[in-house]
Write a protein that binds this ligand. Structure first.
Ligand code: ADP
Ligand code: ZN
Length: 611
């Protein structure tokens, strides 16, 4: 798209509103677009949902020639292209699932200037054949999406991404823009190095996701709490439940289905077809819960996931942040909820120790797990700690995490800590929390007698504290570094690096009291637009129309219109084309394609024939 009817190049602002239907740029989108339009290289670091796509899609429309978008996953590319076509943008995917004829057709269209954006995987771009036909003409830009896939230490490492270092040599004059939602500094540096983007301009967006409410439940059975979360706060809404093992995802999915919810499992052990089918249902239908291992999620562009639940502690805060970031991409309220126990931590520890990674890497992984655990046991604002970890400062507590909303009480646990650490030490630093609790309360006699532990001064020394509190004490002491999980043998607890502060230096320890109940009492549903009465009827009619139109074209409903667009339609009730065009997410093309039908529904509603 080079010029409009008058022959003048359209401005970024006018394309933003006429094609994408947005009034204004968000954050630094404008600067990024300008940088790339002027031929500069850019490294864009923005959280999920921040609006990365515009940063290369808009320059692709403003610069002459074809834009190449490198992306790691076919599903991601298909979705993006479907969305772009809805906007009237000439986009296509080149991948190996196409017939040779279809591939040649795309090449022909590209050659004849009939394409603005072409998506492909890195290995496809770097094939000699592709390079040969691309060499013939000028490219608008090369965008490298999910750029953290080039990081060897990251969890999404893709060796093919390393080859992208060849791009500046192959396409000397073509601006490159790399984008990622990975927040940590070493990965950023690694991306810049490996993709030869040292000279690029960096655009670092805040990683805060203010619409996500972070919550951690550290006690009680997980299942009833998960069910309460779904039924009381997110009934009928889409969500993701992450589990550590494949077996557990299947068990939880089956149990949720039995409880009357639309739940599906997703893990790497399922056949390709089954995974594909479940993913498609999650994307296309409303209110599906995906119970998955971390194999699920990268490149899932679904904007209206209302909750992400973790039933096991993630291994790193980076992973946790990325996974929870899949909630609420549309900016509407969403929940990130986690349940964990000390057993998870021991299991994670063991996975690291038993893994094949070199020692240096294992040390890093252990440190990351410690940071994750410390986050779980916080007595201060979770968002402040998360952002701190990613190098940002939030001056005030956020007001939208469980600690801010329901501050835990603390108690002087110095004496209990001394007892616990002594018990660990005297029993030989090899027992797990269950035995230690029994030892401290003097409730296990058989093995205690057998090992002579009943004669130790720590046996029964803590009987005035109940077992539940002891478990909480041991968990918090582990999180704070007074104890550490030893994954050798039976996964016992041993003294941690801070133990001497208490045992030798006599420092005091404050711990949090466990909350009585984690179930939040909220008025109504926390997430998603809530309409009542006549508005609800209109909302439902608009949703039905959206589902029908999406079904006809075999695309997800949100590709037709987002929830935000629908709720603006309910609130504004536009009657004319101009008014419809002013709605968020409505550009020229969508007005043309859907305006009439949506306006008809609104008109009928206003005339009161909803019945
Ligand atoms: P990311 O790729 O960073 O996760 P997307 O590019 O998918 O994010 O954008 C996230 C959401 O924000 C999408 O629903 C998109 O339509 C919306 N969005 C992006 N830029 C703007 C903008 N300038 N104004 C309004 N909405 C926007
Ligand atoms: Zn907070």
């Amino acid at each position: 798209m080079a010029a409009d009817e008058a022959g003048a190049a359209p401005s970024a602002q006018s394309v933003l509103s006429s094609v994408f239907g947005f009034d204004s740029f968000r954050g630094r989108q404008r600067d990024i677009v300008d940088c790339v339009v002027q031929g500069g290289d850019a490294l864009v670091l923005m959280p999920t949902g921040g609006g990365k796509s515009i940063c290369y899609q808009l320059p692709a429309l403003l610069r002459p020639g074809l834009a190449i978008v490198v992306s790691p996953l076919i599903a991601l590319m298909d979705d993006q292209v479907a969305s772009l076509r809805q906007l009237g943008v000439r986009a296509a995917v080149l991948n190996s699932s196409l017939t040779p004829q279809a591939q040649r057709d795309i090449e022909t269209r590209a050659r004849q200037g009939e394409l603005d954006l072409l998506y492909m995987a890195p290995e496809r771009l770097l094939q000699d054949r592709t390079l040969a036909w691309l060499a013939d003409y000028s490219l608008a830009l090369i965008a490298i999406d999910e750029a953290h896939c080039v990081s060897q230490w990251g969890h999404d490492f893709r060796p093919e991404y390393m080859q992208l270092a060849r791009l500046p040599g192959l396409f000397e004059q073509v601006p490159r823009i790399a984008l990622t939602a990975t927040a940590d500094l070493p990965t950023r540096e690694e991306i810049a190095d490996r993709l030869q983007l040292r000279q690029a301009q960096w655009f670092v967006h805040s990683f805060d996701r203010p619409n996500i409410c972070y919550r951690v439940a550290e006690q009680g059975a997980a299942k009833p709490q998960l069910l309460a979360l779904i039924e009381r706060e997110h009934a009928g809404q889409s969500g993701i439940v992450y589990c550590l093992s494949r077996k557990k995802t299947e068990a939880i999915a089956a149990w949720l289905a039995d409880s009357g919810h639309q739940a599906l499992a997703y893990h790497a052990g399922l056949s390709h077809d089954e995974r594909q089918a479940n993913q498609t249902r999650f994307l296309r239908e409303e209110g599906v819960i995906m119970v998955a291992t971390v194999a699920f999620g990268m490149g899932i562009d679904k904007p209206d996931v209302r909750f992400v639940a973790h039933l096991d502690i993630p291994g790193t805060l980076e992973g946790y942040y990325q996974e929870t970031g899949r909630a609420g991409r549309d900016g509407e309220p969403a929940t990130a909820w986690m349940h964990y126990g000390l057993g998870d931590v021991v299991q994670r520890r063991r996975m690291i120790d038993d893994g094949q990674a070199p020692d240096a890497r294992k040390r890093i992984e252990r440190r990351k797990l410690d940071a994750m655990l410390a986050y779980c046991e916080l007595a201060s604002c979770r968002r402040q700690t998360l952002l701190e970890y990613f190098g940002e400062t939030l001056p005030e507590p956020c007001g939208n995490c469980d600690v801010c909303l329901d501050p835990p009480e603390t108690w002087d646990a110095t004496r209990a800590t001394q007892m616990a650490l002594s018990a660990v030490y005297r029993t030989g630093q090899r027992f797990g929390s269950q035995y230690l609790v029994q030892h401290l309360t003097g409730s296990e006699t058989e093995r205690a007698v057998q090992w002579g532990h009943d004669r130790l001064s720590t046996y029964g020394v803590g009987e005035s504290i109940d077992a539940k509190t002891w478990r909480s004490v041991l968990r918090q002491l582990t999180a704070l570094g007074y104890l550490e999980a030893d994954s050798e043998g039976y996964g016992g607890l041993r003294l941690g690096p801070r133990a001497r502060e208490v045992l030798k230096d006599g420092q005091g320890v404050q711990l949090r009291k466990d909350r009585r109940s984690q179930a939040r009492k909220r008025s109504g549903s926390s997430a998603g637009p809530a309409f009542a009465g006549a508005d609800e009827a209109l909302w439902n009619r608009l949703k039905t129309l959206r589902t029908t139109l999406a079904g006809e074209q075999n695309v997800p409903p949100y590709v037709v219109f987002s929830d935000k667009t629908l709720s603006e339609l309910v609130n504004e009730q536009p009657r004319t084309d101009e008014a419809f065009l002013a709605i968020h997410g409505v550009g020229r093309k969508k007005l043309e394609a859907y305006g009439e039908q949506f306006l008809a529904v609104i008109r009928a509603h206003m005339q009161g024939d909803d019945a």
